[in-house]
Design a protein around this ligand. Structure first.
Ligand code: 0O2
Length: 207
């Protein structure tokens, strides 16, 4: 298996998408608008993880292109409402095709995992010509990301067999993360409302 030539288009796709998505954030930062993108990360799945997953999902090596998260990009937002804004921004793009979407926020995974996933078919131009690769875009809040990052490293530590008591605590932590997202949105709405009242009063006093 020539891993280098197999993974090169994925690396290019991830790198290009990161630049483009960070560009959106920078454009927002130049305005007075709230930026729906807090930060962007991306990675190409390590070969050992590709092989593990291929074995788990019984994908033969000559069909690895079917694995949809070899290239992965993540957008992390401050608020849950920002996720819808980001989804709209992604849907309006013409430089890639959205192949499928999975809403693990409306329906969280049994583990407690919440995130919005979009599978993008992204064209890269290599010296061998144009090639379409699938990149998994994950969109989640900072709170969802906090939970998923810790749960992911625990799952790795316990080789996928997380003890029942830890699993239960992770479920509770997932509910706490959900509550935190809701609370932060309410606080933001109240601050914005207070700001509107203050601005309106200032205008009245001036006029
Ligand atoms: P990595 O590279 O280590 O992040 P499935 O078999 O249904 O669980 P599938 O069909 O491959 O997974 O697709 P799905 O559900 O979109 O999951 C792909 C990626 O989503 C995972 O990659 C994780 O990054 C994330 N994810 C999905 N479920 C969970 C979860 O319960 N907890 C956490 N922390 N992340 C999750 P990998 O395979 O873990 O690889």
């Amino acid at each position: 298996m020539d891993w280098d030539s197999f993974l090169t288009p994925y690396k290019q796709a991830v790198d290009e998408l990161k630049v483009k998505l960070k560009g959106i954030r920078e454009q927002y930062q130049k305005t007075s608008l709230h930026t729906p993108i807090e930060f962007v990360t991306g990675r190409v799945k390590p070969i050992s993880s590709i092989l593990n997953k291929a074995e788990r999902k019984q994908i033969p090596l000559n069909r690895l292109g079917e694995m949809q998260d070899i290239g992965g990009v993540r957008i992390v937002t401050q608020f849950v409402e920002d996720i819808d804004k980001v989804i709209d921004l992604i849907r309006s793009r013409t430089d890639f095709v959205i192949v499928s979407e999975r809403d693990y926020i409306k329906e969280k995974k049994p583990s407690g995992y919440r995130s919005y996933h979009m599978m993008l078919q992204y064209p890269v131009h290599t010296i061998k010509g144009r090639e379409n690769v699938i990149v998994e875009l994950q969109i989640r809040t900072m709170s969802m990301n906090f939970w998923a990052t810790i749960e992911h490293s625990l799952r790795y530590k316990y080789s996928g067999e997380i003890p029942d008591d830890i699993n239960m605590r992770l479920q509770r932590a997932s509910e706490a993360a959900f509550w935190l997202d809701e609370e932060m949105s309410i606080i933001r709405d109240e601050v914005q409302e207070a700001q509107r009242i203050i601005t309106a009063k200032q205008r009245q006093n001036r006029g």
